[in-house]
Design a binder for this molecule. Structure first.
Ligand code: SF4
Ligand code: SF4
Length: 494
């Protein structure tokens, strides 16, 4: 079924997908060593449960976590742990503690890696727990554990699972390739995710510019004979694949400002996450690998590669024809929301859907551009898919005016970068809003910390006052009795 976009604005961008999209997914041979970041791209880390010198098998748990925003990490390769140390990584700030595993040629598989006998017989709670233990993270770019979203969807009574196959950002096409080659995995994973979320229906959303993926997923849905799983063909407009915008388009509801999709009765997961869930169910595989687009004019043979998590990007690029021309920048993600990487030694993370080896031709138009004053043209507001007023947000961000930032809805900014893209003054608006949100969050945390400290202080003062009152009352009562004839100061009768 074709549906219309229902969010304001958005733009049809030059997709740059043809470079990588025409090819089949290539399986990367196991590299000699892996660099597993304990922060898999969410800003939160797991804790190592192995030591340097320890032997691990394929699938061995190497880092666990109880944090809702971090995911467990497993060894995608049998070998020896040769280092646990801070290294350059594809994360905010550019560094994370990493576990480095050197392969030892063994093909030993951990005993825990066993196909799930009958996933349909597992209750939602058990499914969520096992997906968390398997380290299944959202593969659409954010990398948050699937189990966290599933648990909150169940708690809030979400009825609809939206499976995100929109993949709207320029350059990235790994989901397209996956849907073309493993549509039945996507659909099997959708059924398991729907059960785990306690949802009753599932809509798989794909942008209209992916006809082969649409055909493959349609075929897999037809084979199900389940009317509660449907396909929505959505317009190819950026940022159609942003969670809130896709939910509005597909389910016709708006996620409330500051709320969760589950508050609107919806949970959104990526199609690649669904395929990873299917691999877990059919092979017992925790999250050991992902499909990643390796593209840009700076790489020899752009394409899509299935590679173990932790694969050094240098190995990925070498397997994709090596460097070509004069690459200017290595970017994790696409050209709109991607993050510049410190080097090609960083390991592939669960959240990395694209490695863009960009030359000046790819991203040069804004490089070195001189930022000019705002001319109040309004183009940014006309393009904002969240319906915000970037020009006013910019003024508030520069003044660090926290109340105004909140009133203007800075928390609803999805950092899509469209306002930057259209701004004739070349103001890096999305960066400014990201930074403003960070400062706002810090200020809110400080305010909360101060309020907590004040509350603790008041509580302590109350307790001290109560203790002093009791002490005084006891003293008065003992003294009163001591004055009575025949009672000593301990209260005993003589
Ligand atoms: S697009 Fe740029 S110049 Fe135009 S109003 Fe927005 S911030 Fe100002
Ligand atoms: S980055 Fe934020 S303000 Fe700019 S267009 Fe996207 S959602 Fe709107």
């Amino acid at each position: 079924m074709a549906v219309r976009s229902r969010f304001p604005a958005g733009l049809a961008l030059d997709a740059h997908k043809q470079q990588a999209c025409g090819t089949q997914i290539v399986e990367l041979p196991l590299p000699a060593h892996l660099v597993l970041a304990l922060d898999q791209g969410t800003g939160y880390s797991a804790e190592p449960v192995v030591a340097v010198g320890e032997a691990v098998a394929t699938g061995t748990l190497v880092a666990r976590t109880g944090h809702p925003f971090a995911s467990a990490v497993h060894a995608p390769l049998a070998g020896i742990v040769v280092a646990i140390e801070a290294r350059e990584a594809a994360v905010e700030g550019g560094r994370s503690v990493c576990i480095v595993i050197e392969g030892n040629g063994s093909d030993r598989i951990d005993d825990s890696v066993r196909p799930v006998k009958d996933p349909a017989s597992l209750g939602p709670e058990e499914l969520v727990r096992r997906l968390r233990d398997a380290g299944i993270a959202g593969l659409g770019g954010a990398g948050f554990p699937a189990s966290t979203k599933l648990a909150s969807a169940r708690n809030l009574g979400a009825h609809t699972l939206v499976l995100n196959g929109a993949e709207c950002e320029p350059w990235i096409c790994c989901d397209d390739a996956l849907m073309r080659s493993a549509a039945s995995d996507v659909v099997l994973g959708a059924l398991i995710l729907r059960r785990a979320a306690g949802a009753v229906r599932c809509v798989i959303a794909i942008e209209e510019d992916k006809p082969a993926a649409i055909a493959a997923v349609t075929g897999a849905i037809d084979g199900l004979r389940d009317d509660a799983v449907t396909l929505a063909v959505v317009p190819a407009v950026y940022p159609q694949g942003a969670e809130r915008q896709l939910i509005t388009t597909v389910a016709g509801v708006e996620v409330p400002s500051g709320g969760l999709p589950a508050d609107a009765g919806v949970i959104c997961q990526n199609v690649a996450t669904a395929a990873a869930v299917a691999r877990w169910a059919t092979r017992g595989e925790p999250m050991l690998s992902r499909v990643v687009t390796v593209t840009g004019s700076g790489v020899g043979h752009p394409g899509n590669v299935r590679a173990p998590i932790g694969t050094p990007l240098a190995a990925l690029i070498a397997a994709s024809g090596g460097y070509r021309g004069t690459p200017l920048r290595l970017i994790a993600g696409g050209s709109m929301t991607g993050r510049a990487l410190p080097s090609d030694e960083v390991g592939l993370t669960k959240s990395m859907n694209c490695v863009l080896v960009a030359t000046r031709d790819d991203i040069g138009s804004r490089l070195g551009a001189v930022e000019l004053p705002c001319i109040r043209c309004g183009d940014c507001a006309n393009s904002c898919p969240a319906g915000l007023l970037p020009q006013q947000l910019l003024r508030a961000a520069l003044a660090d005016a926290h109340d105004t930032l909140r009133q203007l809805g800075v928390h609803d900014c999805i950092e899509c970068g469209l306002c930057d893209y259209v701004c004739p003054s070349q103001i890096p608006l999305a960066d400014r809003f990201r930074e403003a949100k960070r400062r706002l969050q810090e200020a809110e945390a400080m305010t909360k910390k101060a309020a907590d400290a004040r509350e603790r202080h008041e509580l302590r003062q109350r307790r001290l006052q109560e203790a002093a009152t009791i002490e005084q009352e006891t003293f008065e009562s003992v003294r009163g009795r001591a004055r009575r004839p025949g009672v000593d100061s301990t209260g005993d009768s003589n």
